[in-house]
Design a protein around this ligand. Structure first.
Ligand SMILES: [Zn+2]
Length: 422
């Protein structure tokens, strides 16, 4: 039977070819792993506080099932992750005094959750607010935890709140989340733009953040907010967890023009690993129809808008969305797709303006890159694609730390005094 000969031939080719390619693979892997260990690595966006730290049953020392926890100490060790921004996240609720007060309380609960988790593991973790602190922690064998705040909702219309959060250690503020707030228009508000960019109060918030030395984060903002921020900010800004729109057409990803503008500003895009933001999804017509029915029912435009729904309907909508995803699955983007995002951003914005903001514990999961423990595989892929050690050092922390230092240096003298109250 000819098939038998073919099978034998395939077998022979396999036993000859596999050891050679396996050898090359092992060589690449060893080189990349060694390099990854030596690099200082920062992930600028992890939703671990909201997802797990507030859960009394969560054990940070355990190698948890990645379906429920993508960040814990064993995974950080395995992933060679030296620093992370843990995020104080608030979904956008009603913009009333009560709503704002509830968001402020939620923020304080999360600050406490972070503080408790870090204090419980003093030999391994410590808080940091500057690159210099993070690097000195590394010399002491500790991983650094920075704080970012996702959504300016708890600021309300009170500028002094920005200063208060700075004093609590917040080093970037994502101006908004899935909906517009008092500060600016979001990329995904179902009602569309409200101010055509920053509100007059939002302009003051950006100035205050520059004054204090807190990074402005343009992830989640509308395009016009993005351009307003770039026009007003005296210092470089970040997109703490965004990807490139050319490869995944989502309103909260950055267009080529935005990437180039961010580069001119001296800022950095930290690539997000949430599958729909990494690669445009190939959806069946059944899936598209189900999504349209879901959006019509809840009167929203994107799945992200679920987080802007009133608390009582949010849980039901989330459950329904989860069911829809199970019923009409879409293939996950891969580690290679994430590397394509990095390649693309480097090509358009330049090597000095790209970093990593995984959004792990916030919905990100890719084939081959499922949690922070898999991060060395990304370095391996980038080494294969020809990135030098110098390039990788920029992507893994150099670019973000350059922006942090510029923002710190750019703060006003009067704010420098207040920082010493930390
Ligand atoms: Zn986000």
């Amino acid at each position: 039977m000819p098939n038998r000969y073919v099978a034998t031939l395939i077998f022979l080719v396999t036993i000859v070819a596999v050891p050679a390619s396996a050898q090359t693979d092992a060589k690449w892997q060893a080189k990349a792993r060694k390099l990854h260990e030596r690099l200082y690595t920062v992930d600028s966006h992890e939703d671990t506080p909201n997802e797990n730290l507030l859960n009394p049953r969560f054990d940070l020392t355990k190698d948890n099932n990645p379906d429920s926890a993508q960040v814990d100490l064993p995974k950080m060790r395995r992933g060679g992750l030296d620093a992370a921004f843990w995020v104080v996240y608030m979904g956008q609720g009603p913009r009333t005094q009560e709503g704002t007060e509830a968001a402020r309380q939620q923020a304080q609960t999360m600050f406490l959750g972070i503080e408790k988790a870090v204090k419980a593991h003093p030999t391994e973790l410590a808080m940091a607010t500057t690159p210099a602190e993070a690097l000195s922690l590394e010399r002491a064998g500790k991983r650094a935890i920075f704080i970012g705040m996702e959504n300016g909702f708890p600021v309300g219309r009170d500028l002094s709140q920005v200063h208060a959060y700075y004093n609590q250690g917040v080093r970037y503020l994502t101006l908004c989340h899935s909906s517009n707030n008092e500060i600016c228009d979001s990329a995904t508000d179902p009602k569309g733009p409200e101010y055509q960019g920053l509100s007059p109060f939002g302009e003051q918030v950006v100035a205050e953040m520059n004054h204090l030395g807190m990074m402005v984060d343009v992830s989640h903002t509308s395009d016009s907010t993005f351009y307003d921020v770039l026009r007003l900010s005296r210092v470089p800004v970040i997109a703490s967890h965004s990807s490139c729109r050319a490869l995944a057409d989502m309103p909260r990803n950055l267009s080529d023009d935005m990437l180039r503008a961010l580069a001119r500003n001296g800022g950095v895009i930290q690539i997000n690993f949430y599958s729909p933001y990494v690669k445009t999804e190939a959806k069946s017509s059944e899936r598209l129809a189900a999504e349209q029915a879901f959006f019509a029912k809840w009167q929203i435009k994107t799945p992200l808008n679920v987080y802007g729904l009133p608390a009582e309907s949010q849980q039901a909508a989330l459950a329904e969305w989860g069911q829809l995803q199970k019923q009409f699955p879409v293939p996950l983007a891969t580690l290679q797709d994430a590397a394509n995002q990095i390649d693309y951003a480097v090509r358009v914005a330049g090597i000095n303006h790209v970093g990593i903001g995984s959004d792990f514990d916030g919905g990100s999961v890719l084939t081959g890159l499922r949690n922070v423990g898999d991060l060395p595989a990304l370095t391996e892929e980038l080494v294969r694609r020809g990135y030098s050690r110098r390039d990788l050092a920029k992507i893994w922390s150099g670019n973000l730390f350059r922006v942090m230092k510029a923002v710190e240096k750019g703060k006003s003298r009067s704010a420098a005094g207040s920082a010493s109250t930390l």
